[in-house]
Design a protein around this ligand. Structure first.
Ligand SMILES: NC(=O)c1ccc[n+]([C@@H]2O[C@H](COP(=O)([O-])OP(=O)(O)OC[C@H]3O[C@@H](n4cnc5c(N)ncnc54)[C@H](OP(=O)(O)O)[C@@H]3O)[C@@H](O)[C@H]2O)c1
Length: 234
């Protein structure tokens, strides 16, 4: 049975990705900071998709020790790991000149270093198996400067750089690396925002392109996916 790790698998893009992979027969390992939500996702997916297993762990991905403990547990749980989706992330609005000190650090820890540490711990498992696919959830903010989201954009720019460097390193290991750059997508971060429903993408659209990238034959890799609302960026 194929397996996928999805960080931040309880909500938004991560949840939709967990759902599509479960529907295709993948067993999963998901993490977030909320035990009840993890239990709900596990129960729902295991009920809806007979035969799959959903391993869950409470993890704060901004904490290196938490990430490393999660990697250890998942490697004990699953002999091979086919897909790793580095999805968990946080957006704290603010300008570089005015925001509270620590915003950049928090977003770098959550959005970038989480992926760096988890990938480093999982890659040897993939190398041993001779295959694997790492998906890094970046953003349109990885290629665009924003006045009210500077530190977020810095962290996502770095995530894209991480993804591109990892792609070069892993070319000859049989491990694929894909950077996904979504534009505005309905999720918690947009709760309460007064916009027409069709102005943002749905999380399941992002999940679909991730699954499509993973479905290709072994000689092809989708390196970057740029996906925007039909009406363009906000
Ligand atoms: N939505 C958009 O418009 C958009 C656009 C471009 C890129 N993205 C990126 O897509 C990814 C997912 O975003 P989303 O909009 O789907 O967010 P979301 O709905 O807020 O979900 C984020 C998920 O990550 C988890 N998470 C957040 N911080 C965490 C931490 N420190 N440790 C462990 N888990 C954590 C959350 O669970 P807990 O909070 O319970 O821990 C939740 O499961 C992020 O990397 C985001 O930057 C989003």
């Amino acid at each position: 049975m194929p397996t996928a790790i999805i960080t931040g698998g309880t909500k938004g893009i991560g949840r939709a990705t967990a759902e599509i992979f479960a529907s295709k027969g993948y067993s999963l390992a998901i993490c977030s900071r909320n035990l009840e939500e993890l239990q709900e996702v596990k129960e729902t997916l295991e009920k809806d998709h007979a035969g799959i297993n959903v391993y869950t762990q409470v993890v704060d991905v901004s904490q290196v020790a938490d990430v490393q403990a999660f990697a250890q547990s998942v490697k004990k749980q699953y002999e091979t790991i086919d897909v790793l989706v580095n999805n968990a992330g946080v957006f704290i609005p603010g300008s570089i000149k005015d925001e509270p000190a620590g915003n950049l650090q928090q977003m770098m820890d959550t959005n970038l270093y989480s992926a760096y540490h988890l990938s480093r711990d999982i890659i040897p498992h993939m190398t041993r198996a001779g295959h694997g696919h790492i998906i890094n959830i970046c953003s349109i903010a990885s290629i665009t400067a924003y006045a009210n989201g500077g530190s977020y954009a810095i962290s996502k720019w770095a995530m894209l750089g991480f993804s591109k460097c990892l792609r070069e390193e892993l070319k000859t290991e049989g491990i694929k690396v894909t950077a996904v750059l979504p534009g505005a997508t309905w999720s918690n971060s947009w709760a309460g925002v007064d916009l027409p429903e069709d102005r943002l993408m749905e999380a399941k659209d992002i999940a679909q392109v991730i699954y499509n990238a993973v479905s290709l034959g072994k000689n092809a890799v989708v390196e970057d996916i740029v996906i925007r609302p039909q009406l363009g960026d906000l």
